[in-house]
Design a protein around this ligand. Structure first.
Ligand code: ADP
Ligand code: ZN
Length: 629
């Protein structure tokens, strides 16, 4: 029985989605649902959660309701399903009243297998009366962490799901999905939704196709430009921490001739929507945005995510960076760090929640948690170990410390003795009775005569000017290393001070002890040859770049005509796969990743025509086919 179901599911995967096999966790989740069990999937962004409820939805005999927090996401998913020849609809506030009733009418007639609905709609009289009458097989809840106050974005409207389920004459199967992996959220979801003996599947959080890099930068804009120069015609997101930064960076990019647009909460609804569409449709393939942008953005061909500023915690970073490379093709996540980012985030933590309903004590607890998270984020920017490993450990996953695909793994390091500056820093902490913050201590050890140093009389401290030859940046790195390796720590108060652990005190007392740490051998610069080789190669392997551009152009013109985002016609991955395989027949075309029967019927011939032409021509590197799409 199970085998037959699995086979059917695989057939749908191939037939409708054009994919050859399931990814980690998908089959287990699908089978669980098909056995009628409540099911809870925890998978990172881009892992492929939608398929886990969409395929069972097509196989169950009734309707599946998908609850989803974001209008843009619903629209996107429904369009994607329609492109595959599956009837689906969405019911949310973007519809006019008459459109809404029309859709409900169709739903009553059984036209849709899958209906996306906003949580706010669930308990309205019109929707309830439809739902009570209809044969609802499953309720699927996307972004389910929104029911939990522990999650990063609690949405009270999600509590309506619980009441809605109670209103149903027979309890449907409940399936729930999120990318938030913490224990508290997991337990909350199961408890609040009342999941009955659920199958819980947590897949690994590693996203192998993503390259991670940290760059300490005091010329961030220049760094962005040189990245864009090296990666022409690619789509990506540039995250900034304030609206003002978004405006500045976007203005400069536009002035410098880049097809960029902007997104932040200060824009009108209309402009936000317009800009988002421009990005999704690749009219403006670069978007500069605050963290208000992205939830529910499903654009699969995002090739880079640059953080112009360091975000406030690893959860946010991994989620935002994870919007790159959803199609599984190579993509790059680059964080541009500067010390000011820490200060800005500290300010946000201390001031952001002033008008929340939280009481004094709870508020302080939240702040403390936020400060701790910020610390972990800052350490990420200073570690010399594998960046991927650092983040996965943060999420409780222990791997083998070397990924070979991050800026640290690809940098050659040398072991440097830092005993002298380490003694100076630890000594300074000790001799000033653990009263000061790290910045002023570093200044003192460096021999600065800054206002603060003088005010605290640190120029009279025994360790004042003990390491004048070591740069401030390096001293900061050493201080972070001493915290990461438990010699000292920073308190989690509004004005954190540095204190010593046992290990730090022991180190001071025992003059024999030494400390060494790793530093990049050559200052993080790849040779320019290597850089050049990487250019364009964000597209993997030996893909004919010209053909890719031609296919992309065709995709763009079809998308424009059909008014759907280009990546819903075919993903970048499908296009690169076409470039590799050069399919000449229907059978060959159906072998291509992401090409199912329906898409073949609609677009197969057109794309094959371009490929055939390319196959005739000698594959000499010709002039660039298009400037931008
Ligand atoms: P999530 O919701 O988990 O962030 P999505 O459901 O949007 O991720 O899927 C991300 C991308 O991966 C989509 O483009 C989807 O079509 C693709 N995908 C999902 N499952 C598979 C699979 N088994 N094989 C190939 N691609 C897949
Ligand atoms: Zn690594």
């Amino acid at each position: 029985m199970q085998e037959i179901l699995k086979e059917q599911a695989r057939a749908i995967l191939k037939q409708n989605y054009g994919y050859d096999g399931f990814r980690e966790g998908q089959e287990e989740l699908i089978t669980s649902i098909l056995q009628g069990k409540d099911t809870f999937g925890i998978m990172p962004t881009g892992a492929g959660k939608s398929i886990c409820y969409q395929i069972p939805a097509l196989m169950l005999n009734g309707i599946t309701l998908v609850v989803s927090p974001l209008i843009s996401l619903m629209k996107d998913q429904v369009q994607a399903l329609n492109q595959m020849g599956i009837y689906a609809a969405y019911l949310n506030s973007s519809l006019t009243t008459s459109q809404y009733y029309k859709a409900l009418e169709f739903a009553k007639k059984g036209k849709y297998k899958i209906i996306y609905v906003a949580p706010e709609r669930l308990l309205t009289e019109s929707f309830l009366s439809f739902a009570r009458e209809a044969n609802i097989s499953m309720i699927s809840i996307d972004e389910v962490h929104c029911v939990s106050q522990w999650g990063q974005d609690f949405r009270p409207s999600y509590m309506r799901i619980v009441d809605f389920i109670k209103e149903m004459p027979t309890r449907p199967i409940i399936s729930a999905f999120t990318a938030t992996a913490t224990k508290e959220v997991k337990e909350d979801v199961i408890y609040i939704l009342g999941l009955q003996d659920p199958t819980v599947v947590t897949t690994g959080f590693d996203r192998k196709n993503l390259y991670f890099a940290v760059k300490h930068s005091n010329a961030k804009y220049d760094d962005v430009i040189s990245y864009l120069e090296e990666h022409p015609n690619t789509s990506g997101v540039i995250y900034c921490n304030t609206r003002k930064n978004v405006e500045d960076v976007c203005d400069r990019l536009i002035r410098d001739g880049y097809p960029a647009t902007r997104y932040h909460a200060g824009l009108s609804d209309h402009e936000r929507e317009q800009n988002q569409d421009d990005f999704i449709f690749d009219v403006k393939p670069i978007i500069v945005a605050t963290n208000a942008f992205g939830m529910g953005i499903d654009k699969s061909n995002v090739r880079f995510v640059i953080h112009y500023n360091m975000p406030k915690n690893i959860e946010s970073y991994y989620q935002e960076a994870g919007r790159a490379g959803r199609d599984g093709e190579k993509a790059e996540c680059i964080l541009l760090y500067s010390g000011q980012d820490v200060v800005t985030n500290q300010f946000f933590i201390e001031n952001a929640r002033e008008n929340d309903e939280l009481t004094g004590e709870a508020l302080e607890l939240v702040k403390e948690r936020d400060r701790e998270r910020l610390k972990q984020m800052t350490f990420y920017c200073f570690t010399n170990d594998c960046l991927r490993d650092y983040m996965l450990r943060y999420f409780g996953e222990y791997k083998d410390n070397y990924c070979g695909n991050c800026s640290n793994c690809l940098t050659e390091f040398e072991e440097v003795d830092v005993t002298v500056p380490a003694r100076a820093l630890i000594g300074a902490v000790d001799s000033c009775h653990e009263r000061y913050g790290i910045s002023v201590l570093i200044d003192a050890v460096h021999g600065s005569k800054s206002q603060k140093v003088l005010k605290f009389h640190l120029d009279e401290n025994a360790y004042y000017n003990a390491a004048p030859d070591i740069s401030l940046v390096r001293l900061r790195q050493i201080a972070n290393h001493l915290m990461l390796t438990d010699y000292m720590y920073q308190t989690s108060e509004e004005y954190p001070v540095v204190k010593l652990h046992e290990k730090g005190l022991n180190f001071l007392e025992d003059e024999e002890l030494v400390i060494s740490m790793k530093f990049p051998k050559v200052e993080r610069k790849q040779s320019s040859k290597k850089k050049a080789a990487k250019t364009k190669k964000v597209l993997e392997g030996d893909v004919d770049y010209n053909l890719f551009e031609q296919l992309r152009e065709l995709r763009y013109s079809i998308a424009k005509e059909k008014k759907v985002p280009p990546y819903l016609i075919f993903s970048d991955k499908s296009l690169t796969d076409m470039c590799r395989r050069m399919p000449q027949t229907k059978e060959e075309m159906l072998e291509v990743n992401g090409v199912g029967e329906v898409k073949y019927i609609h677009y197969g011939e057109q794309f094959m025509e371009v490929i055939k032409q390319a196959a005739i021509q000698t594959p000499e590197p010709a002039a660039a086919v298009s400037e931008t799409e």
